[in-house]
Design a protein around this ligand. Structure first.
Ligand SMILES: O=c1[nH]c(=O)c2[nH]c(=O)[nH]c2[nH]1
Length: 335
């Protein structure tokens, strides 16, 4: 930040959406593959470029783009998106005297090794759905801020009770709701006990669809380059493990599931499970929109009804949708 006769200038410059793919080939014939979209943002002393048109302290954004390809070439061993972001951020802060800090974001495309007839293919991959993200900030002194995350993790549970004796239903225009009269079997998503006032139409329920698209981001407690774990692919493994904990907590055991009294309560359980399991994660933010499945009821002029909703036919919609998000952090870091 610079003060210019009563004015304040905050600035950064960088390159967005630098796309790079890298193949690593093992000696035994197995290939590894990563595709990344890289964003670079440099905080640097280049005031003259803004105030007097003097570019002599500017790292050209084209040079930043080329650096991504040069560093990808140099990384001869497979590495995580986090480690590649650290390689780049370290380079920019140590190589250029002008650069005081670098922020590197990477989104990894979810290429997954394909299996043919139950056997892992050596060089075949297919695109999955959710994306692994990371953001790394490194400054000149070696201070680090490392965040990883997941984008686009779409999950849903139908939670239809078995042996349902019948149901009444309402389309509240917001959320799929049915009020079930059941034989007491498990129903694993509901929403009850909320504030009611003159504008409330939503009926209470202990049976509904639950669907969301999770965006998660969590901060690692490694706060300097020198404190990073040395194990190769440490952060790739962590990403897979965090995803598994989030999914296990959302769904519960495969036969009986787990009851969700609200998106809020499930979100909290998911965040708590991650912090409980991984001591090197200091906080996690979860964004879980409530994606609605509206009951379909079609009245008819001639017959009593064309379609009568019985927890079976829904109209999926995400417009509008609920937005629920929270951040859970440790009061005192365990590290
Ligand atoms: O799980 C939910 N949380 C809410 O805050 C909410 N609001 C709403 O209309 N339906 C729901 N469901």
């Amino acid at each position: 930040m610079a003060e210019l006769s009563g004015l304040k200038l905050e600035q950064r410059h960088g390159k967005s959406r630098v796309r790079v793919a890298r193949v690593w080939r093992d000696r035994d014939g197995k290939h590894h593959f990563a595709e990344w979209s890289v964003n670079i943002s440099l905080i640097s002393d280049c005031l003259p470029a803004y105030v007097s048109g003097d570019n002599s302290d500017i790292v050209a954004t084209d040079t930043m783009k080329n650096t991504v390809y040069a560093k990808a070439k140099e990384c001869s061993e497979q590495l995580s998106a986090e480690d590649f972001a650290i390689v780049l951020a370290k380079h920019f802060t140590s190589f250029y005297q002008q650069v005081t800090a670098a922020i590197v974001n990477i989104v990894e495309k979810p290429w997954e090794r394909i299996s043919i007839k139950g056997q892992q293919h050596e060089h075949g991959f297919k695109l999955g759905s959710e994306r692994h993200t990371t953001e790394v900030l490194v400054d000149k002194s070696g201070t680090l801020r490392l965040t990883s995350g997941i984008e686009g993790l779409s999950i849903l549970k139908t939670t239809k009770p078995q042996g349902n004796k019948g149901s009444t239903f309402r389309n509240d225009g917001d959320i799929a709701v049915s009020i079930c009269i059941t034989n007491g079997s498990l129903k694993q998503s509901g929403f009850e006990g909320f504030i009611t006032d003159q504008y409330t139409m939503l009926p209470e329920t202990r049976e509904r669809m639950m669907a969301t698209e999770v965006t998660a981001s969590w901060r690692y407690s490694f706060e300097s380059l020198s404190s990073l774990p040395l194990k190769p692919l440490y952060f790739t493994e962590r990403y897979m493990d965090v995803k598994e904990v989030l999914l296990n907590t959302f769904f519960g055991p495969s036969k009986e599931g787990v009851y969700s009294p609200s998106v809020q309560a499930t979100l909290y359980e998911m965040a708590k499970a991650v912090l409980g399991r991984f001591p090197d994660i200091s906080f996690i933010q979860l964004k879980m929109p409530n994606l609605h499945f509206l009951p379909v009821n079609l009245p008819s002029k001639d017959k009593p009804v064309i379609v009568k909703f019985a927890d079976d036919v829904y109209l999926p919609t995400d417009e509008p949708h609920g937005t629920i998000q929270a951040t859970l952090s440790r009061l005192r870091s365990k590290m």
